[in-house]
Design a protein around this ligand. Structure first.
Ligand code: SAH
Ligand code: SF4
Ligand code: F3S
Length: 449
């Protein structure tokens, strides 16, 4: 069948969609990017905030409306909304053919066969604990930047967060399997690999992944630095990244490993959530601002030009104006290169859902806008310092906003837009001299191919 996949949500979902696509292609189906041509559309859903969930459900209902004209058209849902709603999803989208949760996707080809022959609807939210290697290791050719899963689930249970209940228990994948997958994507053309997990520093915490007699060449004792070390040695890997990390687990060894391993980039996405110790405590984040400050300081001690990006939530229950101002001040102190700002959204079943959502929507909008404006001003200031310097850029393709230009990213994960010269190809590493800066993008000319 011709299928297409629509993906909402985080990098975890993007990776899951790639793996689903590869699994279906292996089973004789054909992928198309043109949704109207597809006989089967799968929506990979996100429930992190209420809006994300309603968007995904709206999309599914729209797709189901097509069944009136095309009776054989199949619509399926996968991902976090399915795992949250289970059978209830059929109440929201009655014409849905199948719904498969976050930990049971290996059976999709079989499920599609049943639907094709007139069966269904099928809802499968089985909770496989271990990493299903059969379903999850596949990649397509031609990816310059590739995602590789290292840990499933999350058990940190931040008070506002739905992820632990929809992504299940933590399970760390075996290092040898991860290295095999990294080797495979590099063979298929990837230059940059991002190791994925809700909290990569939980790697090897719940289930032991290193045998007792394993000796790390550089003497690392912690599971994640060891994993970075073995991944770094894969021939052909130019850049290694990971997402996300957690401030409570940023140790000196981790910072040292980042600086010692040549492919590991000088950037970290380290979600802050709030700059108020009182709010952090109620969020159950497991660190205070001092801990965050120290984590960043140790990164900067080992790596010059280190870049830091973050996530912040405004309007958490009980957040006062003063606490919001503390966040503002702390963000300026940390000099974030970029920040994703979210308005708090109550998620059913989370501890914070028991508390009154007492910051009004208007106030959330105001705080959100203030932090965005602050960040724009700060991003501009930080990026202007780069004007006149030369940076290494991995060429990723034609610029999204300007067809005549090319774009890529620095090791510090900044987007760079530049004129293409000569026989430039996607995947090349070039040196670009920076000539101007915007808050989220820098511009320049190629110095060296
Ligand atoms: N595991 C990652 C975060 C994944 S969710 C981590 O902890 O690093 C991505 C971001 O969504 C979070 O960092 C948080 O800022 C935001 N988020 C999570 N739950 C939210 C909620 N209920 N309301 C608003 N934003 C939320
Ligand atoms: Fe959610 Fe916290 Fe887990 Fe991140 S670490 S996914 S915010 S519970
Ligand atoms: Fe959304 Fe699920 Fe990711 S809720 S943010 S797609 S883990």
């Amino acid at each position: 069948m011709k299928f297409s996949i629509r993906t909402y949500g985080c990098q975890m979902n993007e990776r899951d969609s790639e793996a689903i696509a590869a699994l279906l292609v292996q089973n004789g189906h054909e992928q198309t990017n043109v949704e109207s041509e597809a006989e089967l559309v799968i929506v990979n859903t996100c429930t992190i905030r209420e809006k994300a969930e309603s968007k995904a459900l709206g999309k599914l209902r729209n797709l189901c409306a097509r069944k009136r004209r095309e009776p054989n058209f199949i619509v399926g849902a996968v991902g976090c909304v399915v795992q949250r709603l289970e059978n209830e999803i059929l109440k929201f989208v009655p014409k849905l053919d199948f719904a498969v949760g976050t930990r049971s996707k290996a059976f999709l080809p079989e499920i599609i066969e049943v639907i094709k022959s007139g069966g269904g609807p099928i809802v499968d939210c089985a909770n496989e604990v271990e990493f299903n290697e059969k379903a999850w290791g596949e990649h397509k050719e031609g990816e310059i930047t590739a995602y590789v899963n290292i840990i499933l689930g999350c058990e940190r249970r931040c008070a506002y967060c739905i992820v632990p209940s929809v992504r299940g228990v933590e399970w760390s994948r075996e290092p040898s399997k991860i290295v095999e997958e990294v080797q495979r994507v590099v063979r298929l053309g990837a230059k940059e690999v991002t190791l994925l997990g809700q909290s990569v520093l939980q790697y090897g915490v719940r289930n032991n992944v290193w045998s007792e007699d394993y000796v790390s060449p550089r003497g690392y004792l912690e599971p994640f630095p060891r994993l970075m070390e073995v991944t770094d040695t894969v021939p052909g890997i130019e850049r290694l990244r990971f997402i996300s990390s957690h401030p409570a687990r940023c140790t000196d060894e981790f910072a040292r490993a980042m600086s010692e391993l040549p492919s590991v980039c000088e950037h970290m996405h380290l979600p802050l959530q709030s700059g108020s110790d009182e709010v952090l405590k109620r969020m159950r984040r497991g660190y205070d601002t001092q801990r965050y400050r120290e984590a960043l300081a140790s990164m900067k001690k080992y790596m010059s030009g280190f870049a830091i990006t973050t996530d912040v939530i405004v309007g958490f229950p009980g957040e006062t104006e003063e606490q919001f101002q503390e966040t503002r001040r702390f963000m300026e102190e940390m000099k974030f290169d970029n920040a994703y700002i979210f308005k708090y959204s109550t998620r059913p079943g989370t501890p914070a859902a028991e508390w009154e959502d007492d910051v009004s929507e208007d106030e959330k909008i105001r705080r959100h806008q203030i932090l965005l404006d602050d960040q724009n001003e700060r991003g501009q200031r930080i990026n202007e310092h780069l004007v006149g310097t030369s940076v290494e850029v991995l060429v990723e393709g034609v610029s999204k906003r300007n067809d005549d230009k090319w774009s890529g990213r620095t090791r510090t994960n900044k987007i760079v837009v530049f004129d293409a010269i000569g026989n430039l190809e996607i995947g090349d590493l070039v040196i670009v001299k920076i000539s101007s800066a915007m808050p989220q993008t820098i511009y320049g000319e190629i110095e060296k191919c």
